[in-house]
Write a protein that binds this ligand. Structure first.
Ligand code: HEM
Length: 136
């Protein structure tokens, strides 16, 4: 019985992980595309839009961490050293993505916003590619 359920449980686990990744990463790309229009709508509109996105993105980040740990528990056994190494790099990249996003939200200068924003997107996109590599 349990064996038959495994594919279904794997599907739920990976679907939750990928769904959260679409919000965290896809949301950043969408937000970047909306910023010019938000700026034209009013000086405070970009900040309000970013705050609204944060109410979605941080829960998505939390789901990524939780389902990420679940992923590791489900598939790490017997994986070669190269897989373990990719996982280690991915976890470091995910920590950088969270830290950069937090610093970006606290930036008061255009330069800080741009630098930490770029660091967030780059590390988040790297996490996607490393995730696909892990899933094999
Ligand atoms: C910004 C955060 C993250 C993003 C964007 C992300 C993205 C992804 C993506 C796109 C996949 C591929 C899914 C597939 O091809 O079916 C994946 C798989 C995976 N991720 Fe993540 N992930 C993140 C965080 C984490 C964390 C924190 C961990 C570990 C603690 C983790 C562990 C894994 C594992 C082990 C797999 C392979 C799952 C399998 O083969 O069943 N991920 N991730």
């Amino acid at each position: 019985m349990i064996a038959q359920l495994a594919p279904a449980v794997d599907t739920v686990r990976l679907s939750l992980h990928v769904l959260a990744a679409t919000v965290w990463v896809g949301g950043q790309i969408t937000l970047a595309g909306l910023v010019p229009t938000a700026r034209r709508a009013g000086p405070d509109v970009p900040r309000q839009v970013a705050a609204a996105f944060a109410r979605l993105s941080w829960p998505a980040y939390a789901v990524l961490i939780a389902t990420g740990v679940w992923n590791v528990a489900a598939v790490h056994a017997g994986q070669p050293n190269a897989w373990q190494a990719v996982l280690g790099v991915k976890i470091a990249v995910v920590v950088v993505a969270g830290l950069a996003a937090w610093l970006h939200a606290r930036s008061r200068s255009r330069a800080g916003l741009a630098a930490w924003g770029a660091a967030t997107s780059l590390s988040s996109l790297t996490a996607v590619v490393l995730g696909v590599l892990l899933a094999g």
